[in-house]
Design a binder for this molecule. Structure first.
Ligand SMILES: [Zn+2]
Length: 434
């Protein structure tokens, strides 16, 4: 029995010693060369990356540069592709969620189920705060009851961390496996996996249904490699469900795909429309330790907590002590991708213990806080694209008790990105009323 290996694609060194005996015994396990040659290029079979022969040499062989952080893979290695254990026909799975889907949510939920039954991919464009997670419950229940495997993969760890407890609560008697870079869990062969898109590199033809949540997020949307591994981890006749809060032609035009649009938030209120505020020499002044007057006014006028989004860690770290000094009575914290106390800070924010939270774009999506406003500092910086500005705006007003709040874009010049983000938000508000 090798449940803890099923559906995997692994290097020998990734397989625990006691289980290696299966590699020789079981001829359904496929052993393939980890890298293949194509003229001047070396193609990695784990991630699909095309490496240039001259830049990936090691000890007389080659290694893959793209998936290096998943453990080095070289042309000397083999990948072991381990098949799935045939499932029992049906295993009644129960969803414990007590809430009720709105009419629109129920409609889309049904459309996703129909696509699954017809083995078609499905693209869902649901605005921020539409209640995407709940719309998946009927699908998850059905797939697991059919004895099949479902995965929810997302480019962002924070999204995984938020999804997992919600899914645990909704499917209390179902085994769910949470996998990401530093996850405390290891793969256990469960039929319900929540993971980052990077973790899909270790799966081969495992998922009957693979939900890509926040499919328009970096790095997935622009990564041929991550899209390759997602395809490779899906059963040949399996189907994708793409979820995004911003429209995206690259994903929508995926072949054999049905589409659904949900423009209304679950509580029926409008998406907050960003207010743009021009601040002359904004970045330069901040670096000199000067907070713009307009920024202070906005923060002081609000009784909500604020998340202040910064384009990079350097600027944020410079502004952090100034903000602490300016508002000594407020609880101020800072978070970025490599913060050690990231999970703790997010938890404190969720519990309303922080008044001003400084963040990079890592909190732009997938996280829900009650009763907050947001401010994007240097919204015209190239780090912020249309999708991220729409997502950041969508952090506000998500709770039924606090359905509104401020979205402020501080900028030194209104650019095309800012304008197209605002246009999309207004458009969806209009759509919601139709
Ligand atoms: Zn690779």
């Amino acid at each position: 029995m090798y449940k803890t290996l099923q559906g995997r694609q692994l290097l020998k060194q990734e397989i625990p010693h006691p289980l290696r005996k299966y590699l020789k015994k079981d001829n359904s396990i496929k052993k393939v060369k980890a890298m293949t040659y194509d003229k001047k290029n070396i193609i990695c079979r784990r991630c699909g990356h095309v490496n240039d022969q001259d830049s990936c040499q090691i000890n007389g062989g080659f290694y893959c540069d793209y998936c290096l952080n998943m453990g080095r893979i070289t042309s000397e290695n083999y990948l072991y592709r381990i098949p799935k254990i045939p499932q029992k026909k049906s295993q009644k799975t129960h969803c414990f969620w007590q809430g009720e889907l709105t009419k629109q949510q129920a409609c889309i939920s049904q459309e996703i189920l129909d696509s699954y039954r017809r083995k078609r991919h499905h693209f869902v464009h649901a605005v921020t705060g539409a209640g995407k997670t709940e719309m998946l419950f009927p699908l998850i229940e059905q797939v697991l009851t059919d004895g099949k495997v479902i995965g929810i993969a997302t480019p962002r760890i924070d999204v995984c961390l938020e999804l997992y407890p919600r899914m645990k609560e909704a499917f209390q008697d179902t085994e769910i496996n949470l996998l990401y870079g530093h996850s405390s869990q290891t793969y256990n062969g469960a039929s319900f996996i929540i993971c980052t898109t990077h973790q899909l590199m270790r799966f081969y033809r495992y998922f009957d249904v693979l939900v890509i949540d926040e499919a328009d997020a970096f790095p997935y949307v622009h990564s041929d490699e991550l899209q390759y591994v997602a395809k490779q981890s899906l059963e040949k006749k399996g189907c994708f469900v793409f979820l995004t809060a911003t429209s995206n032609p690259r994903l929508e035009n995926y072949s054999n795909t049905e589409k659904s649009i949900l423009a209304k938030r679950f509580h029926g209120q409008d998406l907050p429309v960003p207010k743009t505020i021009y601040c002359r020499n904004l970045a330069t002044n901040l670096r000199k330790g000067k907070l713009p007057q307009k920024m202070r006014i906005e923060i002081e006028a609000s009784d909500q907590s604020y998340i202040l989004f910064f384009p990079d860690i350097a600027l944020m770290s410079m502004v952090y002590p100034i903000i602490k000094k300016t508002w000594q009575e407020k609880q101020v914290a800072m978070v970025h991708a490599s913060s050690r106390d990231r999970e703790k800070v997010v938890k404190q924010m969720r519990e309303g213990e922080i008044d001003l939270l400084l963040s990079t774009t890592i909190l732009e999506r997938g996280v829900t806080f009650k009763n907050i406003s947001v401010m994007v500092v240097c919204a015209d910086h190239r780090v912020f694209n249309r999708a991220s500005l729409v997502q950041i705006s969508g952090r506000v007003g998500r709770s039924i008790d606090y359905p509104s709040g401020n979205v402020i874009f501080l900028h030194e010049g209104k650019n095309q990105t800012i304008m197209s983000a605002i246009k999309e938000i207004k458009h969806m508000n209009k759509e919601a009323k139709r």
